[in-house]
Design a protein. Structure first.
Length: 533
């Protein structure tokens, strides 16, 4: 049965603004003026949207849906990160409230926000608030974590560190592990956390899908294989079961994290996984992670950090190993999306992609760099030459605009590009990397157009010349997100034939103060014409 929506300000992401549209059998079938939709569907029941702003459902082009769902079952530390004592208090409260939880896990602290001390938490801090059970708390960025003594003991690193390729077990002045784990070393302890079974995975995905609706999200491009140490088949199967039960409430593209040749080859043998190539579930690009984060100084730079000249960060691959992986996936016809934050990591990624394209040229491969935060013009030019896509997270500016100058010095003048990437011909979509940041699309749009923090005090915008226009920012969360997953003909616009995924906002962003965009209410969310929020 068709439904006609009238009296709206419709940002179509394709044509001019419209005021009315009709949905039928999950799709938009007519878009235009009220007279036009009335003439085409005279008998359709009508919904009056009261002059509200409507745009295509938001698409978060890089996040971790399963990890977000896991986080929603763990100690939430982000709201307490104004002081280490508050973080530790939140861990203690959570442990007390969950007496049967065998392993206390938390996430979201950021030492840059601590008012009381200026250091990472340690095992001793955690032992004081969680002495009876293992405990692991991860920094907001996900690239540093701290374990207590019981957790270190489970991993066999309580008294002596081990060396980990692409990671580090930190020690105190006596050489004993102090609980701080960097990058790949986190897995030593994370592997000890009891894993959810299939039903547990489904429950976490349901939590996360429900959570992202509050931000107007109807599509996600999610890297889930890196979130849980279970065979990827378990995760694919959990999604399929949700789809078969009619419980999927966002459309999902899986950014398949397969960090070794062995895993990639295992995946290539089963990649025609039945049920995973429709409008609900898609197997997307190979996802690789080349470095860490700027906040934790693990992003791999071409030259040392300004505020830590002894380090340039951590590259998680040698050029040779990365070349082999990229070549294998590219030859097999896969799209590739590589996490690269530092210019050193972007250089590694671009070199690998250039070699693969040279050996086996393929047009419209839509390979991409995820984050692309330290990306001077020479690297942007190479991206453009390869016709590449940038998966950016404008919402990172909320925190990173505070640290970018100290970490990068003069290189901060060429970091977090957005407008210049578009100008140079690189396509660009937007996301949150949730749970690194909240999947707060309107907050991300505000950061994209103002280049300023909206949750922290900020004096002046960071590189305002890199601001996106509001229209570009909206497109980066709609049409360009669909482009990134090769779905721009069916999704991300309000036009006949497109999936009827749309969001009704409480205010028109085009007439809202740019500094108030994050506060615009998401009033309702529709997926395939059905209201999901
Ligand atoms: Zn990520």
């Amino acid at each position: 049965m068709p439904t006609r929506y009238v009296n709206a300000r419709v940002f179509t992401a394709k044509e001019a603004m419209a005021e009315s549209f009709v949905t039928h059998a999950g799709r938009f079938v007519c878009v235009g003026t009220s007279e036009q939709t009335q003439a085409a569907y005279p008998n359709a029941p009508t919904v009056d949207l009261g002059g509200r702003f409507v745009c295509p459902g938001f698409n978060d082009s890089h996040m971790h849906l399963l990890e977000l769902g896991c986080l929603l079952t763990q100690a939430q530390l982000a709201p307490h990160t104004d002081a280490l004592s508050h973080v530790l208090g939140a861990v203690a409260d959570f442990a007390k409230a969950h007496p049967l939880e065998p392993f206390i896990v938390g996430r979201g602290w950021n030492h840059d926000d601590f008012r009381d001390v200026h250091r990472y938490p340690t095992r001793d801090d955690l032992d004081a608030v969680c002495p009876d059970r293992p405990c692991l708390i991860t920094r907001a960025c996900g690239h540093v974590a701290v374990a207590n003594s019981q957790a270190l003991h489970l991993a066999g690193i309580s008294e002596h560190p081990v060396s980990v390729s692409g990671g580090r077990v930190e020690t105190d002045e006596t050489g004993r592990p102090n609980g701080v784990l960097n990058e790949n070393a986190i897995a030593l302890v994370a592997a000890q956390v009891p894993k959810p079974d299939r039903a547990g995975i489904r429950a976490r995905l349901l939590l996360a899908m429900d959570f992202v609706h509050r931000y107007g999200i109807t599509s996600v491009q999610t890297d889930d294989f890196s979130s849980l140490d279970v065979p990827f088949e378990e995760i694919l199967q959990a999604y399929l079961e949700l789809k078969e039960a009619g419980k999927l409430s966002v459309r999902v593209t899986q950014q398949t994290y397969l960090p070794s040749l062995a895993q990639l080859q295992r995946f290539l043998a089963v990649r025609d996984w039945p049920g995973w190539q429709d409008e609900w579930l898609r197997l997307g690009p190979l996802k690789l992670i080349c470095d860490g984060s700027l906040g934790a100084r693990t992003a791999f730079l071409r030259a040392p950090y300004d505020d830590a000249p002894e380090t340039s960060g951590i590259a998680t691959y040698t050029q040779e190993d990365l070349d082999a992986l990229v070549l294998c996936a590219h030859r097999a016809g896969m799209q590739i999306a590589i996490h690269a934050i530092g210019d050193g990591a972007a250089n590694l990624a671009l070199s690998a992609l250039e070699r693969a394209q040279q050996a086996y040229p393929r047009s419209d491969a839509r390979h991409g760099i995820v984050h692309a935060q330290v990306l001077p013009p020479d690297l942007a030019e190479r991206m453009c030459a390869l016709n590449m896509h940038a998966y950016i997270q404008s919402i990172f500016l909320d925190y990173d605009s505070q640290i970018v100058h100290s970490r990068l010095g003069s290189r901060a003048e060429q970091a977090y590009p957005a407008a210049s990437l578009l100008q140079s011909g690189v396509t660009l979509s937007n996301g949150s990397d949730a749970p690194v940041e909240l999947p707060d699309v309107l907050g991300g749009i505000q950061c994209a157009v103002t280049r300023m923090s909206f949750t922290r005090k900020a004096q002046s915008p960071y590189l305002p010349k890199e601001a996106l226009t509001l229209e570009q920012a909206l497109l980066s969360f709609t049409q360009m997100g669909a482009y990134a997953s090769f779905e721009e003909q069916t999704k991300g616009a309000i036009a006949p034939g497109y999936w009827a995924d749309f969001v009704v906002l409480g205010q028109d962003p085009f007439t809202t103060d740019p500094f108030a965009l994050h506060a615009i209410p998401v009033e309702s969310v529709y997926l395939g014409g059905h209201r999901v929020r």
